[in-house]
Design a protein around this ligand. Structure first.
Ligand code: ADP
Length: 607
């Protein structure tokens, strides 16, 4: 890795050169200029001027006589002569021959003007320049100029206004995950005594504005430790090598201040997958920075008390080296808030503004479906602005409702929040899966169903419960699974009357399973125990290759289609038989956006 020159050096050079110029100017140029202005005359002229009484000041030196005319406009110089009564004559001519230096009438003033003032000016210029450079490098306006060699890691030492977990509304799962870190920072001995070491790096994964930065700050706030924060993009802005040196500095500072939290926002800016071929210059810089980060993370022990939190909304784009054990090996999802979460976030932010009593936050939360925490904060602020605009002293329901449109309308284009109809379809879809699964096994098929869009891009999500370890799967179980996959689409068809692209994933899964049953697991009546499909590289993703005649292939395809169709029909029948429950569950999911396993079973079995 290239050693990077400290950026403080240019500044020291600047000051050094400036000082040299000032010294040179005062000691060499100024006397030279002054010398050039002195007119050399012969002794006769001096005598004549004395006689004519056209003489002002005179300074008699051992090797020369300096004098001015009466008006003092010109300085003259002549060689000294053996002239014993010169003093008398000068006196008679009314000259002042005080032996003082003629051209330095006020020593202090001239010292200030020639030495001090230029230095002050150059120091100020130097400061301004360095500040500009700092800003370019991503430092805040408060960054100190003499701190240039250091990274711009801002240090937030917990103050009374420090963020706590209570300030982060919703996100209970993320908070629960992070509580352990806080506990460790409070009492590391408890962990080290037993030999446990904390993960060095934790990845906060979620869409922008969901409170990842807040959570990181809250961990520092709760644990009462310093908080270093830096954004991934800040590392790669400057020249090659700069990012790596910033990483080094950041960790150096952090280790000095341990225990502490280091927060790297947008880690994908440096932690993206490294290119295999030789990259362009920009890539080199990013790779160097990433390598340095990896080196630093490997370099300290898990128990030094430095915990690195990093945020990203594109975890899949991260270099696998970053997520390896011993680095960012723990992942905490920070998803968009559900209805209850949104209400809580609105309430947290409403504490900061005056709100009329009786404002219904739940309604607002319901209207702002799909909004992130940052947008909800913005909605409250917009509402307060609207109240001021209309001359009121507190925020009312209408203000909030209006600002949803202001905030979300702009947002909708960017991020496509689900429309009400879409939300309804997604609700039916997810309930469809769960209901078909539940009716086939007679147990709660899910831990949680949600229709809050996920980071992965899924519009809804059903968290399955795996009942114990499954090493064997029966034919019926596999068929049931296919039926469950098709349940989403079936529910759409049954309840909404049209089908959507939402089932794309289910279709893939169902097809893969059906094909495997027929071509690999020997579960087809017609073929019996014959494997047409071989899987190579089982541990590396598995490439399936078909080895059969064209005719057989057509037959396999036909059977796959039939199998999936049959299961789709089965799912449809189940849903028809449970239509009331389907509507009840979908409505509940639509309203509340999440359903737990118990809620699901409760509603399903409601008569
Ligand atoms: P991220 O880092 O995920 O992009 P931030 O933590 O920077 O998001 O959040 C931006 C702002 O949004 C915060 O300053 C806060 O006002 C608001 N916010 C986001 N999530 C929450 C939450 N769960 N509770 C309260 N406020 C939130």
């Amino acid at each position: 890795m290239n050693e990077v020159k400290s950026p403080r050096r240019p500044l020291m050079w600047f000051y050094g050169i400036t000082l040299a110029i000032i010294i040179l100017f005062n000691l060499v140029f100024r006397p030279m200029v002054a010398e050039a202005q002195i007119k050399t005359v012969d002794y006769g002229t001096f005598m004549t001027m004395t006689e004519e009484e056209n003489i002002g000041q005179v300074e008699i030196r051992s090797n020369q006589i300096l004098f001015t005319d009466k008006a003092g406009t010109q300085v003259y110089k002549t060689g000294p002569m053996n002239d014993p009564d010169l003093a008398d004559r000068l006196h008679a001519a009314g000259a002042s021959f005080s032996g003082e230096i003629i051209e330095e009438p006020n020593f202090l003033l001239s010292f200030l003007a020639t030495w001090v003032l230029p230095m002050v000016i150059f120091v100020v210029i130097g400061q301004v320049m360095s500040r500009k450079m700092m800003n370019k490098m991503g430092g805040g306006p408060g960054a100190m100029s003499f701190n240039m060699g250091k990274s711009n890691a801002k240090i937030y030492v917990k103050s009374s206004g420090g963020i706590k977990f209570d300030d982060v509304a919703g996100e209970d799962e993320a908070k629960e995950n992070l509580t352990e870190i806080v506990d460790y920072l409070h009492d590391p001995k408890k962990y080290t005594e037993i030999g446990a070491s904390m993960p060095k790096g934790i990845l906060l994964v979620g869409p922008p504005g969901t409170g990842k930065t807040m959570l990181a700050k809250a961990v520092a706030g709760e644990a009462n430790v310093p908080f270093f924060s830096m954004s991934g993009s800040e590392f790669v802005e400057m020249f090659v090598g700069m990012g790596a040196s910033k990483v080094r500095d950041l960790f150096k500072q952090a280790k000095e201040k341990a225990p502490c939290i280091v927060f790297i926002d947008e880690i994908d800016a440096i932690g993206g997958k490294r290119s295999t071929g030789g990259g362009m210059g920009g890539h080199d810089e990013r790779e160097q920075t990433l390598n340095q980060l990896l080196t630093e993370m490997d370099g300290f022990e898990g128990n030094t008390g430095v915990i690195i939190l990093a945020a990203t909304n594109r975890p899949e784009s991260l270099d696998p080296a970053l997520t390896r054990p011993g680095r960012f090996d723990r992942r905490v999802p920070v998803e968009l808030p559900d209805l209850a979460g949104r209400e809580a976030i609105l309430r947290v932010h409403a504490r900061k503004v005056k709100v009329e009593p009786g404002v219904d936050f739940l309604t607002i939360a319901r209207m702002a479906s799909g909004a992130s925490g940052a947008e909800l904060a913005n909605i409250v602020n917009e509402a307060a602005l609207r109240a001021v605009r209309s001359g009121r002293r507190s925020v009312n329901q209408a203000d909030l409702e209006e600002s949803i449109e202001v905030v979300i309308a702009g947002y909708q284009k960017k991020n496509a929040i689900l429309t009400d109809r879409e939300k309804m379809i997604v609700a039916y879809h997810e309930v469809g899966h769960a209901l078909v699964a539940a009716r086939q096994t007679n147990s709660a098929p899910v831990q949680k169903i949600t229709i809050v869009p996920r980071t992965s891009g899924a519009l809804g999500y059903t968290m399955q419960v795996e009942e114990g370890n499954h090493y064997l799967m029966s034919k019926e179980e596999m068929e049931n699974k296919i039926a469950t996959y098709t349940g989403g689409r079936a529910a759409e068809e049954l309840a909404v009357g049209s089908i959507t692209t939402g089932a794309v994933n289910d279709i893939e899964q169902a097809t893969r399973l059906a094909r495997a049953m027929i071509a690999r697991y020997g579960m087809s009546k017609e073929f019996g125990m014959v494997a047409f499909e071989q899987v190579t590289n089982q541990y590396l993703g598995g490439d399936a290759s078909l080895a059969c005649s064209e005719k057989t292939q057509t037959e396999i395809d036909r059977q796959v289609v039939e199998l999936v169709k049959t299961q789709y029909e089965k799912a449809m029948t189940i849903l028809r038989e449970n239509q009331a429950a389907l509507h009840r569950l979908a409505k509940h999911l639509y309203m509340n956006e999440t359903l737990t396993g118990e809620e699901f079973m409760g509603l399903l079995n409601e008569a």
